[in-house]
Design a protein around this ligand. Structure first.
Ligand code: SF4
Ligand code: SF4
Length: 437
């Protein structure tokens, strides 16, 4: 039995899982889907279709053997209308495949294997890569790479902590897609060679914990951690569950751990058991402007506008991609849902923060909640003064952009925005062609 380690920093957020009890339903795929080739951390794979091609659901649209070039697949059957450059959810430009849905939903023929033990580790990684699986907790890191650790792994840690208030897609996956998830977990244990598997849940999810204690018996231990935000971050979760601290600039594998999110485990299970690639994901759609909030299956490439139309919010005021803590405001509603989209919030006027930022009063509250041990107050000062070496020295690059510091800041300073732009400046300065200005 695992004992929980020393309490970490962070902040207890008011529980707002208002749709946790709403069962999964499907948003029908729209007339047109727009599927970016770049939906992961890494490089986009080359397209393997051209304008005018007819594709079936599940057909690859891009392909590569390189583990950091993860393929994407058609989420509907229909005609490829264009392959052009467009705006990605990240705000960057990238290649997007536009498919006109023919409404037939003809599926590519696939086959899987009944047991994860029918696969070798190498076969698991290959199938996971070809099936387009990336981390669905938000980071979208190629899963096959994580399943090929270069160091000895003793623990596979399954992250069922959905730290963001409101989001409850993982909770529904745990309750409703248990078999697929457990299949995926066993496959990931085989691939990583981990001796044990732990599924970690927050203490606001007693149903999930009770369910898994029965269902995952003999496969994984279930550990409940206090819902102190951001315990769902890899760094924080490993510390909370195992008492291990990842060195600065290090990875979970450095402390013998691979972390995977529950919905990623479901996707791995689907690829291996059914032979079906990642063509849709679960998204929590909520916010005061949404008439029918809930947890929905959404075909990748569906626009935010189409999702919101379906849930009774055709004219939203402000939309966030993700949850209220780390969500990003979307510049326009034509942006498509991608593998990394975990939630869509359409905020009502009462939920939109209109307070103006005030000067820092050096209260230190941001320092108290930062679980990375950073001083957000000092980072802010160095960024604002353009003292980039100092910002780097004080750990700007290690900030996980969790938003806990901004949440407690009495001056309402948009600290995460400052840190994001500060990190972008550091990266630009480190780029090979940078003149260091
Ligand atoms: S919480 Fe805000 S006001 Fe207080 S020290 Fe940090 S940045 Fe300054
Ligand atoms: S400095 Fe970064 S890691 Fe620390 S609380 Fe703020 S956003 Fe989170």
């Amino acid at each position: 039995m695992l004992g929980l380690r020393k309490r970490h920093a962070g902040v207890r957020l008011p529980s707002a899982k208002t749709v946790a009890d709403v069962a999964l339903t499907e948003i029908p795929a729209p007339q047109n889907v727009y599927i970016p080739l770049q939906q992961h951390i890494g490089i986009a794979a080359e397209p393997c279709v051209k304008r005018g091609d007819r594709v079936l659901m599940g057909d690859p649209l891009s392909m590569s053997d390189h583990p950091m070039q993860v393929p994407v697949h058609a989420s509907v059957s229909g005609k490829v209308r264009s392959i052009t450059e467009g705006v990605l959810p990240s705000g960057r430009l990238g290649t997007i495949v536009h498919i006109e849905n023919d409404g037939l939903y003809e599926r590519r023929e696939t086959s899987g294997r009944p047991s994860p033990h029918d696969y070798t580790p190498e076969e698991i990684r290959k199938a996971v890569h070809e099936g387009g699986v990336v981390g669905l907790g938000g980071a979208a890191f190629p899963t096959s790479v994580k399943l090929n650790p270069k160091k000895k792994i003793d623990t596979l840690l399954i992250n069922g902590c959905e730290g963001e208030p409101v989001l409850s897609a993982d909770h529904r996956a745990i309750l409703e897609l248990t078999d697929l998830m457990l299949y995926g977990i066993q496959a990931m244990q085989i691939a990583t060679g981990a001796e044990r598997v732990i599924i970690a849940l927050e203490d606001h999810d007693p149903d999930g914990a009770e369910h898994l204690r029965k269902e995952a018996k003999g496969i994984a231990e279930v550990v409940v951690v206090p819902a102190v935000y951001p315990v769902s971050g890899e760094y924080t979760l490993i510390k909370a569950v195992l008492g291990r601290r990842i060195p600065i600039g290090g990875l979970p594998a450095d402390v013998g751990v691979v972390v995977q999110n529950v919905e990623t485990a479901v996707a791995v299970g689907r690829v291996l058991r059914d032979g079906w690639p990642l063509t849709r994901r679960i998204i929590t759609v909520a916010g005061g402007d949404v008439e029918r909030p809930g947890n929905y299956y959404v075909a990748l490439g569906t626009t935010i506008a189409d999702v919101l139309e379906h849930v009774g919010c055709p004219t939203p005021r402000q939309v966030l991609l993700g949850g209220p803590m780390m969500g990003q405001a979307v510049p326009n509603l034509d942006i498509p849902v991608v593998k990394g989209t975990s939630g869509i919030m359409a905020l009502s006027p009462a939920e939109i923060d209109v307070r103006e930022p005030l000067p820092c009063v050096r209260c230190g509250q941001c320092i108290a909640v930062c679980d990375k041990g950073l001083s957000p107050m000092m980072l802010l000062k160095y960024i604002q003064n353009g003292e980039w070496e100092k910002a780097e020295e004080w750990g700007l690059r290690t900030c996980m952009e969790c938003g806990a510091c901004a949440f407690v800041c009495p001056s309402n300073i948009p600290l995460v925005q400052w840190f994001k732009s500060g990190k972008a400046t550091l990266s630009a300065k480190a780029a090979p062609n940078s003149k260091g200005s």
